[in-house]
Design a protein. Structure first.
Lengths: 495, 507
């Protein structure tokens, strides 16, 4: 009977080479205060100069989120004092965000859900403050790096849904190549707001939650908070409008500041940066840089290739992996496309994945792996045509990776193709039937006596022996046919 | 032609003047002064009108290796870590910085007496102020210590001290000169400007420092909006003149209107009334200033100009609009002075917040604190409509009135206006003879050019009662060349006056 409303504010670090308003390198993990200059340190007299790449990346995300990009967009100063913020105001966007009123579809529990995007806007990041005993240290390497803040409408309902949104947004921005999506390092950060109310009564009183360093914490904190608010309402209380922090050690949210203590940011237009006039040509240009987005691609893989959802989901998680998949499918000539795709997907989700895990090949860097999609295609095609056995196929994969050579060369060179010559197979069969005379005889009797089950067991056994003798190279169906023929034509022993 | 003349005795000349006027906060050693010019100071190779010339820079413009105090205690020990674009361009053209000049703290004032570091006197009468906030730069040029200096003009801070000291003061179009390296007071209003010993010199310097700068994106935007007019004088000679008396009347009416509106305020009312009276009074030109202004009008008539009286009604609101916007921007611009990364800070603080509080409490002077408070007040959420946004709407209106004045086939080339209602004022026992409030109200003639982003050039019209009187010409965006042409015509008939003891070391 209660309903919860969750909105997310997600900050993504844009992968620009330099900071958003100066030419310092935007790099992480360097010696403190090595990527700083008078501009990002807020020295007297400096001016911000907008990095065009940040605008372009921001606009790309805005369009991927189906946002309107206004004709005129500008920056504001958001004012508050904080030691890690060199100017004591943040250059952000307030009245004219770069992207407005969009949406993003997500897949949740197999269903598609549309989440409205209120806005996305460009801003600069602050530095980092480190408290060490009696002193406070400041590192400004991060100060002035480009952020895009994405704000959703309160369209999400549960922690799990919010988690799915973040994961799929992460996938999206990684596809676009504008953010590495690393939540642990803070390249993708999320704050959440949540309110609970009786069903049909509209939004409740909003609580903001900060310090959510992983999508899992987002889920846990929101579920915790929804329960907490329900309990308050249940007992006739009123939820306090406030900002709360997620305490990951205690698995709970804790009050940080109430609404009365909230800042008056005193926004006003940033006079140092001109208003940006967005032209139709710019919008078109941005549109042309958009590629097929992850969800569209996933749906296409399911629709056109008949892939199971889980496999399509795994393959689409990384753009490089999905590209790899499609390249491999394309390279296969001798099989039906859907057949080829299913086989490639299966390999990617199983044997190839296992080798990648073992060798430390990350899905996002599969495009730099020596085992190219063409090589996987060769294996799938050889197997699909029946030219090699499944066992040989796996060996060919291992060797191709180890020796950095084409699987078809390996198969050729080692004579690993299936033996289909009836005479050669006949010789193997004869040899095995002599060695396994007992089983052979028993099979003949079983056939005679109509013991079908026993007959089949023995036949499979004998086929297996032949395959083993030929090191898996004999064509199994042909072997089976010959053995069945031999059994059928033999006279039962009367002695 | 611009070659320096004999510089023997120059260091002694500078020392003697400097002891009387205190224009500089920092100056190169005398031996370097005597050597300035072709040898050690200027880079070789360059040739042009400023090659070999020394110049002074207001201490809110960054020059690497020099201080950058902005006239504030807070930055008394701060050294610039880079050089402003305008200074770089002059250095590349062969000119050399010889020192940094005094100013009202962060550019907030009209006398230079708001400097926390030094007192600067007017070379014409050392008991009087040099004007402000670029008072040090104006005094240095007036005394002949440098042929030109850079200043900054947020609401008249180049033109008013130029008028007080009897030199030329050019405030360029907003965006014509890069602000990179100018410590911001009110970013949307201010420009780096030139104080010079002649109109021609001001023009030479302007030509060098103007132009787009990737480090100041407003320099690019301005040209997109306005194009680069800069036509030369010629054809029909029409000059608009703003009648100072009618402007004073308009202000008076606006003040009365505001008083009527706020009558319900009760206790605040009498304070408000007193302030209004003061504003009214100051807007009436001093007799000598009126005399100088009339001479300028007559001078232009004699030069064949058709003088056309115009009125710009919205100007009555320019001072409150100016102070609302300027203080709003200042409250943000000065927020960075927190003692954390640079600047004077207390010996001890409890935590970062305490450090910030103490730094600002002891580092800023009272005028600066007043303006930060005002700016914070007008930007409060829920009150922006009443103050900041209203001021922005009025600003747009004022700009529109100016632009339409300069548009059309019959449009005047420029608008002639007074610079300041008084000549250089003196000091009483308790500070400047003109109250801090009256100084603000008196910005009515200078701040409109900043609100509208227009170029303006101030130059001496005459000397009245032993003190120079300045007038100014305002023009359409990017018409600095035209303004210089018109000012130079007057200058040809009325050479720039000099204070007693002035000696010229440069052609």
């Amino acid at each position: 009977m209660y309903q919860s409303f969750i909105g997310l504010e997600i900050h993504i670090h844009l992968l620009t080479d330099t900071k958003v308003f100066c030419s310092c390198k935007a790099a992480f993990g360097s010696e403190p205060n090595t990527h700083v200059c008078p501009v990002c340190l807020g020295h007297p007299g400096v001016l911000p100069a907008l990095n065009r790449a940040a605008l372009d990346m921001g606009a790309l995300v805005a369009q991927a989120l189906h946002c309107q990009i206004p004709d005129r967009t500008w920056f504001e100063r958001k004012q508050y004092f904080y030691p890690d913020m060199p100017k004591n105001y943040q250059i952000s966007q307030f009245a004219s965000p770069l992207g407005q009123q969009g949406y993003m579809d997500i897949l949740f529990k197999g269903q598609k859900k549309r989440v409205c995007i209120k806005e996305c806007h460009l801003e600069e990041d602050a530095g980092k403050m480190i408290h060490a005993g009696n002193v406070t240290l400041l590192d400004y390497n991060r100060a002035g790096t480009a952020l895009l803040e994405i704000v959703t409408e309160p369209d999400l309902e549960t922690g799990a849904e919010a988690e799915a949104f973040i994961q799929q947004l992460r996938r999206l921005v990684r596809y676009l190549g504008v953010c590495d999506g690393n939540m642990e390092e803070g390249s993708l950060r999320s704050d959440a707001n949540v309110s609970v109310n009786l069903k049909g009564a509209g939004l409740g009183r909003k609580v903001e939650i900060k310090n959510l360093n992983s999508s899992r914490f987002v889920r846990l904190a929101l579920d915790y908070e929804i329960e907490r608010q329900k309990e308050i309402l249940e007992s006739g209380g009123v939820v306090k409008q406030e900002t709360r922090l997620w305490n990951e050690n205690r698995d709970q949210t804790e009050s940080m500041r109430s609404k009365e203590d909230s800042h008056d940011y005193r926004f006003f237009p940033e006079p140092d940066l001109p208003v940006l006039e967005i032209t139709e040509a710019y919008r078109r240009e941005t549109q042309s840089r958009l590629m097929e987005l992850p969800l569209e691609r996933l749906e296409r893989f399911v629709r056109d290739y008949g892939l199971p959802l889980e496999q399509a989901d795994y393959i689409c998680e990384e753009r490089a992996l999905a590209d790899y998949f499609e390249e491999a499918v394309q390279a296969i000539k001798g099989l039906e496309r859907v057949d080829a795709a299913r086989r490639v997907a299966l390999w990617l989700a199983a044997d190839v994945k296992r080798v990648m895990n073992r060798d430390g090949v990350a899905p996002e860097s599969i495009n730099r792996w020596s085992f190219s999609p063409q090589r996987l295609a060769q294996i799938v095609e050889l197997l699909g045509r029946g030219a090699i056995s499944g066992k040989i196929a796996k060996q060919a994969l291992e060797l191709s990776v180890a020796e950095d050579r084409d699987p078809q060369d390996i198969v050729q060179e080692r004579g690993w193709q299936l033996i289909q010559d009836p005479e050669v197979i006949g010789r193997y069969v004869q040899e095995v039937l002599q060695k396994e005379a007992g089983s052979f005889q028993e099979a003949i009797s079983a056939l005679e006596n109509g013991n079908q089950k026993r007959y089949e067991t023995l036949t499979v056994y004998l086929v297996g022996k032949v395959l083993a003798e030929s090191q898996g190279r004999c064509d199994a169906p042909l072997v089976k046919a010959q053995i069945e023929k031999q059994i059928g034509e033999a006279k039962p022993c009367v002695c | 032609m611009s070659r320096s003349v004999d510089k023997d005795g120059f260091p002694a000349y500078v020392s003697a003047w400097e002891a009387r006027i205190g224009a500089f906060l920092e100056i190169r050693k005398p031996e370097l002064l005597s050597a300035q010019g072709e040898s050690s100071l200027g880079p070789g190779g360059a040739s042009g009108p400023v090659k070999g010339l020394p110049f002074a820079v207001k201490d809110n413009i960054a020059v690497e290796g020099f201080g950058l105090t902005c006239g504030s205690k807070l930055l008394a020990d701060f050294r610039a870590t880079y050089t402003a674009t305008a200074v770089k361009r002059l250095e590349s053209a062969g000119a050399a910085v010889i020192g940094k000049t005094n100013m009202d703290e962060f550019g907030m004032g009209s006398s230079t007496d708001n400097s926390a570091l030094k007192r600067t006197n007017n070379p014409w009468d050392t008991s009087r102020v040099a004007g402000g906030s670029s008072g040090g730069s104006a005094a240095a040029v007036a005394a002949g210590l440098v042929p030109f200096a850079l200043g900054s003009d947020t609401g008249g801070s180049v033109r008013q001290p130029a008028a007080f000291c009897g030199v030329v003061g050019l405030k360029p179009t907003y965006g014509a000169v890069s602000r990179f390296g100018l410590v911001a007071y009110a970013s949307s209003l201010e420009s780096i400007g030139v104080l010079a010993d002649s109109v021609g010199r001001a023009r030479d310097v302007f030509r060098i420092i103007q132009g787009e700068d990737p480090l100041d994106q407003t320099t690019v935007a301005a040209r997109v909006v306005h194009g680069t007019a800069n036509q030369k004088a010629g054809g029909k000679k029409v000059l608009a003149v703003l009648d100072p008396a009618s402007l004073a009347q308009a202000v008076s009416a606006a003040v009365r209107g505001a008083r009527g509106l706020d009558a319900a305020d009760g206790g605040a009312e009498s304070a408000h009334r007193d302030a209004a009276e003061e504003a009214n009074l100051i807007n009436l030109l001093e007799e000598e200033v009126l005399a100088g202004f009339s001479k300028a009008v007559e001078g232009y008539k004699a030069l064949g100009y058709e003088v056309r009286e115009v009125s710009i009604p919205s100007l009555a609101y320019s001072v409150p609009v100016y102070y609302t916007i300027a203080t709003a921007e200042a409250s943000a611009n000065l927020a960075r002075f927190d003692g954390i990364r640079y600047g004077k800070r207390p010996e001890w603080a409890e935590n970062p917040e305490d450090l910030i509080d103490k730094t600002r409490a002891m580092g800023f002077g009272s005028e600066v604190k007043l303006r930060i408070l005002l700016g914070t007040f007008v930007l409060r959420s829920g009150f922006q409509d009443r103050y900041y946004l209203r001021a922005q709407r009025l600003r747009k209106h004022i700009t529109g009135e100016f632009l339409s004045l300069f548009t059309g086939p019959e449009a005047p080339s420029a608008l002639l206006m007074p610079v300041f209602p008084t000549r250089a004022f003196g000091r009483g026992d308790r500070g400047p003879a003109l109250s801090s409030f009256a100084q603000k109200a008196a910005d009515i003639f200078t701040c409109p050019a900043n609100l509208a982003g227009l170029p303006a050039i101030a130059f001496p019209a005459s000397v009245e009662g032993g003190l120079p009187v300045g007038v100014q010409l305002l023009g359409a965006p990017f018409t600095e060349e035209l303004l210089c042409d018109i000012a130079a015509e007057y200058e040809a008939d009325h050479p720039i006056p000099h204070p007693e003891g002035y000696q010229s070391f440069w052609r």
